[in-house]
Design a protein around this ligand. Structure first.
Ligand code: HEC
Ligand code: HEC
Length: 372
């Protein structure tokens, strides 16, 4: 740590010297800006996270790209995630739950779709989570059509997204950018806003950096961004990749999918904590996953009785809701306009594989479905 800090200081010194020689002061220095209280910049460029936008977001000095073993599905968008921390500050490692980040941390996630009929991608939005003096703040920036810069919009308009896959499959839908209040629906625990993705198990993977492949946790530590990483790699948890059978069993992959697509709301202290359904991968109690559980919520469930009927995907409310895009039925109820076909297929296979002699008929509601 002291070596790294020393090196950072000497680099800063050399930087300052160069700056003096090149008269940088006239323009101000170009490093990322740590802004820890409002008002927040109207333009994304003012944070100086990126030095170029096209053909890809090019991170500024100290801005590290990262990826997750199992991400959240968002209408087939490509996502680009970056982390930055002020000099000398590091996140505290935790085996479970999100890391503890220092004040000044910026987490950035950009969403892009293939450009219709043109090569490359079209950036739609960049979301920032900034650890300010008063806690985490969520800021939605919306990209302009020219792809020059993004503007802070607390209540962004929906965007029409269209493109055709090489296979001929056509995508045409209305993509909703969450407004600044909606960030809380997924990011709040007990009404306190927190990051979701940067947990040891989900970050523990190889990433292809410009200078070669490396384990992300180790790269974060080498960059001075992580303290307390267990020396023994075997002690670091690793989440399955939902779409890679080599990374885990069907059960592990389905549970990783539920954890990263559902558990931010479905856990105690989350927005859907009151339903009693807890989709965290650490939850071992099948009943808490919704097995043979009748819903608390009185939504439209098409006459189905149980959140999860073991062995019977089509009798499971869970499958009914992930295959819907209708308001009040679709799960997740925010941030998804199209069905994630491959994700649904994984959940179907998983439910079909769950053993069970069926669920005992619930005492209420009275109308039982034969064979349930
Ligand atoms: C539908 C739920 C949902 C909503 C709404 C949502 N997020 Fe997130 N967000 C997630 C999940 C889940 C992750 C982690 C998984 C991933 O990145 O794929 C995440 C990740 C992020 C990240 C990367 C750091 C992290 O926490 O993992 C940022 C930055 C972020 N969100 C900002 C925002 C902002 C700003 C808003 C509001 C404009 C917002 N999010 C709204 C679910 C949501
Ligand atoms: C943005 C928050 C949020 C996310 C993300 C989310 N849910 Fe929900 N979920 C809710 C809320 C709120 C309810 C209760 C109201 C209702 O039933 O619509 C609910 C209810 C449910 C129920 C009925 C539970 C019961 O016993 O009452 C099921 C099943 C369900 N969700 C499945 C899922 C699945 C599967 C995912 C992920 C693919 C998911 N949800 C993601 C908020 C969320």
């Amino acid at each position: 740590m002291s070596f790294r800090a020393g090196r950072a200081i000497s680099l800063a010194f050399v930087g300052a010297l160069l700056c003096a020689l090149l008269a940088c002061s006239r323009f101000g220095h170009r490093d990322v800006r740590a802004i820890v209280e409002g008002p927040y910049p109207k333009k994304l460029s003012e944070w100086r996270l990126f030095t170029a936008v096209s053909p890809a977001l090019r991170p500024n000095r100290g801005v590290l790209p990262y990826d997750l073993n199992t991400p959240l599905f968002s209408d087939y968008a490509s996502k680009y995630r970056f982390v930055w921390m002020p000099a000398g500050a590091a996140a505290r490692y935790r085996g479970e739950g999100v890391f503890e980040f220092p004040v000044g941390t910026i987490l950035a996630k950009s969403f892009a779709f293939p450009a219709d009929g043109r090569p490359g991608e079209r950036l739609i939005e960049t979301r920032l989570l900034v650890h300010t003096k008063g806690g985490w703040v969520g800021l939605p920036y919306v990209w302009d059509d020219q792809q020059k810069d993004a503007t802070l919009q607390m209540v962004p308009d929906p965007v029409t997204v269209r493109w055709t896959e090489a296979s001929g499959r056509r995508h045409d839908f209305t993509y909703s950018i969450p407004n600044a209040n909606e960030c809380h629906e997924c990011h709040d625990r007990e009404r306190v806003m927190l990051p979701i993705g940067p947990r040891a198990a989900n970050l523990n993977k190889t990433f292809l950096y410009p200078d070669g492949a490396a384990n992300q946790l180790e790269r974060w530590r080498a960059a001075g961004y992580l303290e307390g990483l267990p020396e023994n790699a075997a002690e670091r948890p690793r989440s399955a990749r939902w779409d890679d059978p080599a990374s885990g069993t069907l059960d592990q992959r389905a549970r990783a999918y539920l954890e990263n697509n559902c558990a931010h709301c479905h856990q105690p202290g989350g927005q859907a904590g009151y339903t009693g359904v807890d989709f965290r991968a650490s939850q071992k109690d099948l009943a808490r996953l919704g097995v043979c559980k009748t819903p608390n919520s009185a939504g439209n469930v098409a006459g189905l009785l149980y959140d999860l009927a073991p062995g019977r995907p089509d009798a499971s409310i869970l499958i009914y809701r992930v295959t819907s895009v209708a308001p009040k039925i679709a799960m997740p109820q925010l941030g998804r306009a199209v069905v994630h076909r491959e994700g649904v297929e994984l959940l179907r296979q998983w439910i079909a594989s769950l053993p069970g002699a069926g669920c005992r008929a619930p005492s209420a509601p009275a109308a039982a479905v034969p064979g349930s």
